[in-house]
Design a protein around this ligand. Sequence first.
Ligand code: NDP
Length: 412
Amino acid sequence: KKNVLIIGAGGVAQVVAHKCAQHNDVLGDIHIASRTAVKCQQIIDSIHEKNALKNPGVLEGHGLDATDIDATAALIEKTGSQIVINVGSPFVNMSVMSACIKTGVAYLDTAIHEEQDKICETPPWYANYEWKRREECEKAGVTAILGIGFDPGVVNAYAKLAVEDYFDKISSIDIIDINAGSHGKYFATNFDPEINFREFTGTVYSWQDSKWQSNKMFEIKKIWDMPVVGESQTFMTGHDEVHSLSQNLDVPNVRFWMGFGDHYVNVFTVLNSIGLLSEQPVTTAEGQEVIPLKLVKACLPDPSSLAPDYTGKTCIGDLVKGTKDGKETEVLIYNVADHKDAYNEVGSQGISYTAGVPPVAAAMLIATGEWDVKKMANVEDLPAKPFLNLLNGMGLPTRIKDANGDRALDFS
Ligand code: NDP
C-alpha cells in the first residue's frame, strides 16, 4: 500500500510533506491538496530547496475544497493514493473520512472532528462523530487511525507502552505538555488561533475516579518539574486523548496539563472576558457583521511565520503511576524536541514538527502492513513499539525516567 495524499498546507502539513519526501522509498508518490493551491506549491518548493526527496519521484500540489466529498474522492482516485494524511483544519475531518471510505483507502488525522458552530462537545468526544463510523470503516476494510499527532498521538502510544511493559495496574496517567520555547512576539499561538483558543474556551473535562469531572479553564494549576525544561506552570486542560484513553484503557484517572506562562494567561483572559474569542457574530455601529474570533485570528501572527526565530525546547510526556509486582511505581515517558533543529531540518517550528512527524511514521507502518488494521483505531489500540521505534529514527526519540534513572528507550 502506498502513494500518499496530504490534506492541508499549513504548519503541520509542511512537516508531513518533508518527512514523506524523506521516506518516499516506502511511501511512493506524494500529493498535497489544500484550499489555497499556492500554499501547496510553497511546501513543494521548500522540499526541493532542501533536496529532501529521498528518491526521484512524484511530488505535486492540488487545489481542493476538502468539504467536497466527491471532489476529494476523485482526487484520491486520480492520484492513485492509498493513504490520506489529513492535516487540514479539523472541520474537514468527517468529509475526508467519507471520501476515504468511498474509495477504500487508509485515513489518518491528528485532531478530533469539530463543527464550526459548536464550541464544546460532551465527553467522550470521539463518540460524537468518529466512533459512530467504526462499522462503516470495518465493512469497507478501511484503516482509519485517529489522532496520530504528538498529543493526541505519541502520548497515547506512551500510555500503551506503560500498559504493555511497566505496570500490572495503572492508577493514573497525567499527560504533560510543556513548550519552553520563545518566539519573540508579544502574543502568538503556535497553531491556528481559532483551533487553539477553542481548546481553552470550553469546559475542561478530565477523567477522575472513573468519571468525568468538569472544570473551568485556568481553574486548576500545577507545577511540574520536567526533564531539560525544568519547573513549569501548567493548567488542567481538556484534550482529545483524555477522551479515548479513558474509554480504551482501564485507568481511573486520565488528565491533561498544558504549560502556560502568566503572560499568555493574562492576554487570553482579557480577550475572552471582553468577548473577542467568541465565534458568534456581532454587528458594529456601522452595520458590519464581524466574528470576533476570526478578527483576532486575522490580527495575530501567522503561526508558521514564527518558525525562523523560534528558540528553545518542548518536553511532552506521560507521568504514569500504578503497581508492578505488588509494588507502587511511577514512570515518566517523554520526548524533548528543539525548535531550531526543527526549523533547520524542515523549515517549521517545534510544535508543528512534533505533530507532523508521527502521522508519517504511522503511514509507513500502514504501507508495510504492521498497522494496516482495516478498521478504525485510536493509537492505544495499536502496538506501540513499532511506532516508537520508527520515531526514534525520525527525530522524535522516546526517553524514560523512573527509579532506574533517565535514559533513551531503544525498541529495535
Ligand atoms: P493550519 O491552520 O496551519 O493549516 C490548516 C490547513 O487546512 C490550511 O492549509 C487550510 O487551507 C487547510 N484547509 C482548511 N479548510 C480546508 C478545506 N475546506 N479544504 C482544503 N483545505 C482546507 O493548521 P496546522 O497545520 O497548525 O494544524 C493542522 C491540524 O493539525 C489541525 O487539525 C490541528 O488541530 C492539528 N494539530 C494536531 C496536533 C497534535 O499534536 N495532535 C498539534 C498541532 C496541530 P487555507 O490556508 O486555504 O485556509
